[in-house]
Design a protein around this ligand. Structure first.
Ligand SMILES: CC(C)(COP(=O)(O)OP(=O)(O)OC[C@H]1O[C@@H](n2cnc3c(N)ncnc32)[C@H](O)[C@@H]1OP(=O)(O)O)[C@@H](O)C(=O)NCCC(=O)NCCS
Length: 154
């Protein structure tokens, strides 16, 4: 059955966290694994809002760490679906952080996470396409196709 397309903003998610000492290494800087966990969870929320299927992560790429996130930083984690292909979809996730005693945020990290929707038997299952509306959404939509080709033929 054809699935009705949905806008990207319908599923986009924004979550927050604060860097605690237990999230950091001996230099007081957030572990990469902790940040990756935040990226993965935020992406999952966007995916769960877009489709009700069970999903599996099949690829995480384009991971970049721009600036260290130190103890006390407030983190904003934004995730949105860049493009749905057939059963798979690419989600773009970015973390920005606001240092202690500051009001302006800086870029911390970003990644592209690809999920596959599964049916009740655990087989890949088609999902509703997304409708890019803004200029940024349209750019990400086009770029996601290029990244998909690179993933297939690295
Ligand atoms: C998800 C899974 C069932 C898909 O099975 P599969 O045999 O790879 O399925 P297919 O080859 O038919 O591919 C299904 C879709 O995934 C995409 N895909 C598969 N591997 C991919 C990869 N490494 N990167 C990007 N997309 C990928 C395919 O392009 C296809 O997309 P489309 O339907 O939109 O065209 C299987 O790969 C799996 O179980 N992987 C482990 C998942 C997991 O444990 N993740 C970690 C915890 S969630």
């Amino acid at each position: 059955m054809e699935k009705a397309p949905k806008t990207i903003k319908e599923s986009a998610s924004v979550t927050h966290d604060i860097v605690h000492p237990g999230d950091t290494n001996s230099y007081g800087i957030a572990f990469g694994g902790y940040l990756m966990g935040l990226l993965d969870k935020a992406a999952c929320i966007a995916v769960r809002r877009h489709c009700t299927n069970r999903v599996a992560t099949v690829a995480i790429d384009g991971v970049r760490f721009f600036n260290p996130a130190k103890v006390g930083y407030i983190l904003d984690i934004k995730a949105s679906i860049n493009r749905v292909f057939n059963s798979s979809m690419e989600v773009g996730v970015k973390v920005t952080g606001t240092p202690l005693e500051k009001t302006e945020s800086i870029d911390i990290c970003k990644a592209y996470i690809t999920f596959v929707a599964l049916d009740k038997e655990g087989k890949p299952s088609p999902i509703a396409p997304v409708i890019p509306e803004t200029d940024d959404e349209k750019r990400r939509f086009e770029e996601a196709l290029v990244r998909r080709e690179t993933r297939k033929h690295p």
